[in-house]
Design a protein around this ligand. Structure first.
Ligand SMILES: Cc1cc2nc3c(=O)[nH]c(=O)nc-3n(C[C@H](O)[C@H](O)[C@H](O)COP(=O)(O)OP(=O)(O)OC[C@H]3O[C@@H](n4cnc5c(N)ncnc54)[C@H](O)[C@@H]3O)c2cc1C
Length: 473
């Protein structure tokens, strides 16, 4: 690969100056730039990659310019949306990062009930604008997660049971392909690409803007967590299984097993106490939500009950400080065949064995509108799975190797114990040390083959390979 520098003059012999990228108006950040280390850092502090150039784009034309330049100079490309992927695929060693972090505009059309979102926006940007109209679409449960990566992998969140996955709400996308062409993908234009974008990840081009369908919501909803002591885990999960099985699609829940986070709303004496929490969000009238969650709040002896009328925007950012940028993270995940007695036993046995009080496991309840789409309607697979689990080991960057070794061992051991109950995996939860075969597992053979054919049409040379990669067929 050609050596790159962001200097405009005097390149080393044979080097290409980034400033020569024809048609590029954004900021170029090379190793000599004062902000280089900030610009190459992603959410997971473990990731330490050194790209030759970070091209912070201002719009679609810049993205086209960089894709063409990178191709002409045989450079590796990474695409950065929110920079949140645990595997750190938003940055590469050497090569160029197409950094969309300056492309965060969000524009709501309340009459059409759609929202245009630039490819580098975060979910808190989207919620902020859409909630000004008491509208929303399904996004992630942490406000600083990027729209780009989350949407392209599927998108699970509090609203999915009522309004479907994020990809089910995608109306159209503007994409810069590997050839540097700008194409629009929708049900009517490039329908093959449109299908692939709805779950196939960043394999098919750079999405410079998305348009999503919106739905009436809030601004106040019944939402928040109820915590019980860790010792009550098996009882809580047995109750929870029946509770969510009968719940209306308006009710989204996520179980979190770890310690009580040190949030201002929680008494300090409970901070970091091992606990199981059921987080809720009711996508409907507050009065109805209050009635629906009543049995959950009455179950057993909660340590803390924060389930109350809450602004949806506040609920969507309530977890942000529990998973900040820069900590070290290591994930293991799988979809579960069912929340069976055996699974509950394994979860109760393993969830609280982590040494770091920042590590936790989370279980999403899917079903509802997610399961109502026919199989194969989009590239997101496993729509019939009702529960998944993600095991998130987390520790401070300055903790010694014994801590990181213990936390990764905990996550692997927990996953191993759940193996008999494995039913695929959500592609966006795969970490860098997951076997590449798990990408196939995430899609299943038929969907993977169809994606590989579309990849061969739009990116035959696998230019976009710093991702959960689909090999062109
Ligand atoms: C704290 C936390 C909470 C999370 N919660 C949820 C959740 O509630 N629901 C859920 O579904 N997932 C969740 N995730 C997983 C999330 O979906 C993935 O981490 C996703 O990759 C994040 O998107 P990003 O744009 O920030 O990623 P990045 O790290 O920026 O990008 C990851 C990959 O996505 C691709 N990509 C990103 N943007 C674009 C674009 N505009 N065009 C083309 N390709 C692009 C690239 O291939 C890139 O390598 C969470 C992750 C974290 C860390």
């Amino acid at each position: 690969m050609t050596a790159l520098t962001s200097e405009g003059a005097g390149p080393a012999s044979g080097a290409v100056t980034g400033a020569e990228i024809p048609g590029f108006r954004g900021e170029l950040i090379g190793a000599e730039h004062a902000n280089y280390d900030d610009a190459r850092a992603v959410w997971n502090g473990i990731v330490d990659r050194r790209p030759q150039l970070i091209a912070r784009c201002t719009g679609t034309a810049d993205v086209v310019a960089v894709v063409r330049f990178a191709r002409d100079h045989d450079c590796e490309i990474a695409v950065r949306g929110g920079g949140h992927n645990v595997a750190g695929t938003a940055v590469c060693d050497d090569g160029i990062v197409i950094d969309l972090s300056a492309m965060r505009a969000v524009s709501v059309d309340p009459a059409e009930r759609t929202v245009h979102v630039q490819g580098g926006a975060l979910w808190r940007d989207v919620d902020h604008e859409t909630q000004a109209h008491a509208l929303a679409t399904t996004g992630g449960i942490v406000g600083h997660t990027g729209v780009g990566g989350l949407s392209l992998g599927g998108g699970i969140g509090w609203l999915m049971r009522k309004y479907g996955l994020t990809v089910d709400n995608l109306v159209e996308a503007e994409v810069v392909t590997a050839a540097g062409a700008i194409v629009r993908a929708s049900a009517n234009e490039h329908p093959d690409l449109f299908w692939a974008l709805r779950g196939g990840g960043g394999n098919f081009g750079v999405v410079t803007s998305f348009r999503f369908a919106l739905h009436p919501l809030g601004p106040t909803v019944i939402a928040g967590p109820v915590f019980w002591a860790a010792e009550d885990t098996a009882d809580v999960l047995h109750f929870y299984r029946e509770f969510v099985a009968d719940a209306p699609d308006e009710l989204g829940t996520v179980v979190r097993l770890g310690t009580v986070p040190p949030l201002p709303a929680i008494k300090p004496e409970l901070h970091f106490r091992p606990a199981i929490a059921v987080g809720c969000c009711y996508a409907g009238p507050v009065m109805d939500g209050d009635r629906i969650v009543h049995p959950l709040r009455r179950f057993g002896s909660p340590l803390v009950d924060l389930l109350e009328p809450t602004l949806y925007v506040d609920h969507q950012t309530g977890l942000d400080d529990t998973v900040p940028h820069g900590w070290h993270y290591y994930w293991k995940a799988m979809n579960l065949t069912a929340l069976s007695d055996e699974v509950i036993d394994v979860v109760a046995e393993h969830a609280f064995r982590a040494r770091s009080p920042r590590s936790y496991a989370a279980m999403f309840h899917l079903g509802g509108a997610v399961a109502q789409q026919p199989p194969g309607a989009t590239a997101y697979a496993d729509r019939d799975v009702a529960h998944n689990i993600i095991i998130d080991a987390a520790w401070f960057p300055d903790q010694d190797d014994a801590v990181s070794a213990a936390e990764t061992r905990w996550a692997r051991g927990f996953l191993q114990a759940l193996q008999p109950h494995r039913a695929g995996v959500y592609v966006n939860f795969l970490d860098s040390d997951d076997d590449p075969s798990r990408v196939r597992e995430a899609y299943g053979e038929a969907t993977y083959q169809r994606l590989a054919e579309i990849k061969a049409r739009y990116d035959p040379e696998n230019v976009f390979r710093n991702n959960k990669n689909i090999q062109p067929s």
